[in-house]
Design a protein around this ligand. Structure first.
Ligand code: ASP
Ligand code: MG
Length: 471
């Protein structure tokens, strides 16, 4: 079971989450827990680090004492009398270590990716003991462990570390199995691991989902339950589309497509550890646990053809053009290796068959860096003559395995967009046919999503779901 930041937000939320765990544990199920930091804490830690690096220790300490108060207050509310003292001491000790880290950053005026990972680890290291205490107070035996202590060993790519799955599998079994056998619930910090030298690493923002499935695969569990504050994965962002519905079944591939396109659904690598072992993931509401939520599994459901629409803002298009590019294959390679060398992720690509230009989409915060790097790389102008950008762009994508081989999907999609009066800036469809993506101006995003949602009748998803159940 994984609980995200919203479900760890304060004593009340943690109590609700702990109830869900206790219920299963008391039935005799072996449960492993992964928790995120309390909501907003990871961002606050980043902020503290920045204040310290820039020499403003006062601001850093202000945030630090707010953080301490938040955790100590929750401890008081969650802990039964016998364990309050130990829990408070543990929180106090972590806060003191965090204070020392910040002082180090302040003195050096330097925050390396490695020290930043250490800093960020405190969010989950502070929340896990609270979950443990809440469980103990409910009569459930529990311990808390960091990702590294639980056996998650990663490479040393700080900020975005990847688990070394072979070692991890052995280590996790070794560490967690005896705990489970003893009837104790392990509460593992999400998001963090440790490299082979024992240095703390993080798995990328939103990484607690990934922690859950890494543990799940290593332990060969029956199911992964990701508890949320919503009923499941939705056909579209309910903030954009009023009639958005919960999707009952999605395949691993469909979820991956959605996650990559930024639909704050799950960490993009979440399904990868469990995919081969065919371990299902359930996304369920912590406020409405009887709702079946979304089941993610190997096999897709063919209908409906399009299952979800994702949309992200804050992107920019870069187009590189010039007659010199035609028929010179190395140019494409140089464009992308230049961006890669500068750590810039490309979200979408399109090249006309004339080969006279390539368009790609990057996050707007990377735009300036990307343009500069490309201009330097192609400075003599014989191959790429023209490099320009369109800022304030959004990527909209439709996802569904049923699109494979189905005719008329693109026609329906683009007529809906046209009828909504929205201009399309760029289009891309992978040959897997799982996803069609296109770019529009930021301000047109909502209009486009609403139009597509109704064109594909996603607001009628319930009826379709009924049919699926009978299949
Ligand atoms: N606390 C981390 C974050 O905010 C990891 C997570 O919540 O999954 O990114
Ligand atoms: Mg998350």
């Amino acid at each position: 079971m994984k609980f995200g930041g919203a479900l760890m937000e304060d004593a009340e939320q943690i109590a609700n989450s702990a109830d869900l765990v206790a219920e299963r544990a008391k039935k005799g199920d072996e449960v492993v827990i992964t928790v995120s930091a309390m909501s907003g804490v990871t961002d606050e830690l980043i902020e503290m680090g920045e204040h310290a690096r820039l020499g403003d220790m006062e601001k850093a300490r202000e945030l630090l004492s707010k953080l301490e108060r938040r955790h100590q207050d929750s401890a008081k509310k969650l802990c039964s009398e016998e364990i309050l003292d130990a829990t408070s001491k543990k929180i106090g000790a972590l806060i003191e270590t965090l204070n020392q880290c910040l002082t180090g950053v302040f003195l050096l005026r330097e925050l390396t990716p490695r020290s930043r990972d250490l800093l960020l680890s405190f969010g989950e290291r502070l929340s896990a003991p609270l979950m443990r205490s809440a469980l103990l107070s409910r009569g459930v035996k529990a311990i808390d462990l960091t990702g590294g202590e639980a056996g998650i060993i990663t490479d040393s790519n700080y900020g975005n570390a990847k688990p070394l799955l072979n070692i991890t599998e052995v280590m996790v079994k070794d560490r967690i199995m005896p705990v489970l056998k003893a009837g104790v619930v392990p509460v593992v910090t999400g998001f963090i691991g440790q490299d082979q030298n024992g240095v703390i690493t993080t798995l990328g923002r939103g990484g607690s989902d990934y922690t859950a499935t890494i543990l799940a695969a290593s332990l060969e569990v029956d199911e992964v339950w990701i508890w949320k504050d919503v009923d499941g994965i939705m056909t579209a962002d309910p903030k954009l589309v009023e009639g958005a519905k919960t999707i009952p079944v999605l395949s691993y591939l469909e979820v991956m497509e959605m996650a990559y396109f930024g639909a704050k659904v799950l960490h993009p690598l979440t399904v990868t550890p469990v995919q081969e072992r065919l371990i299902p993931i359930r996304i369920r509401s912590a406020y409405n646990p009887s709702n079946p939520g979304t089941l993610i599994r190997e096999r897709s459901v063919p209908k409906p053809t399009v299952k979800a629409i994702t949309a992200i803002k804050g992107m920019s298009i870069i187009t590189t053009g010039g007659a010199g590019m035609i028929g010179v294959p190395s140019v494409v390679a140089r464009v992308f290796s230049t961006l890669a060398a500068n750590g810039i992720n490309v979200a979408m690509i399109s090249q006309s068959s004339s080969q006279a230009n390539i368009s790609m989409i990057v996050r707007t915060e990377d735009l300036e860096k990307a343009l500069k790097a490309l201009k330097i790389e192609f400075r003599n102008g014989d191959l790429v003559r023209d490099i320009h950008a369109v800022p304030n762009v959004a990527i909209v994508a439709i996802v569904g395995e049923g699109m494979r081989g189905a005719k008329g999907v693109a026609a329906r999609l683009f007529s809906a967009v046209a009828e909504a009066g929205v201009n399309i800036l760029m289009i891309s469809q992978g040959s897997s046919e799982l996803n069609i993506s296109f770019a529009v101006q930021d301000e047109d995003m909502k209009k486009a999503v609403v139009a597509i949602h109704s064109a594909f009748q996603l607001d009628k998803f319930d009826e379709v779901a009924q049919e699926q159940k009978s299949m």
